[in-house]
Ligand binder design. Sequence first.
Ligand code: CUA
Length: 353
Amino acid sequence: MRATRLGLTSLRGRRLLPLLALVLLVALLVACDAPQSTTEIAGNNNDKLWEPYRVVLVLAAIVFVLVLVLTLGFSIWFRERPGRPARQIHGNTRLEVIWTLIPVAIVAMIAIPTFDALFKIDKDPPADAMKIEAIGHQWWFEFRYLDDKGETVLTTANELHLPEGKPVTIALRSVDVIHSFWVPAISGKVDMIPGHDNNISFTATKARPEPYLGQCAELCGLSHANMRFRVFVQAPADFDNWMSDQKKDSTSATGDLASEGEQLFAQSACIGCHTVRGTSAQGKVGPDLTHVGSRTTVAAGTLENNAQNLARWIRNSADVKPGSKMPPQGASAGGTLTDDQIAAIAAYLLSLR
Ligand code: CUA
């Protein structure tokens, strides 16, 4: 008797376990920080996307609850009982018509606000919209700020600065495979397709000191997950300051280590791929490094920008980002530079602010 009761308790315990796990999981997810949330509305596109999102959320919640309640209800009401044989039926036309019409109505209720939002987002940008070109590379983002005639006035990488409240239109391109431009809190998601011009237009509406996180949203090879970027939305005056700083050419490094790094850099293979405006480095394959020291991250948002991480990246970039196209420079990884030389180059790059 006693053994049976114990057995029952542990059986009930075992049934409760999955439920407990579910509750814990939900609690954990609720506590999650969501740095890339589409529900955080910091751009006018998200404003419009929120409408269909809300409709889908409400409809899905109703369907979810209804299906659960009915499944549970039916399994209790129609459970096997002694002396009550199951009734054999062969279809029910009225029921089938009803459960075909209900989903059709639901799809229509979703389609109307969805198309409405799509058409609103797809509108041509205003004539005075700021023009930017975003170019996808395996695995980083190049950003070019253009003037009214479409000439490049500034080239940078992986960190996009935008003025609050000003419409921008971004031409999306790719030099290799299909990438996708996505800043969940600010804009929708649009693919960057080689040989095909795409566009995204929006207005960032909320300036803040922390960056908004963006990333490539199309599987594009080994380091797709490491193809991130940051968007800094600034008050217009702060943005103008940033812009005029970034337009300046680099100046000679000060300090022993950085000066040594400057010389090493000028004689290294780096200049074949990278540009530092105002120097002999004019390569166009990798990111423009003219103001790399002013960026908060390196390796397309993968690492915090500091001397240690820069050195690690220069020594063997594939160690940070599998498949990286930048050849290893450290002697330990098959390159030619010693750790001391790499430290000097890192100090120089950090001085490029
Ligand atoms: Cu680029 Cu994924």
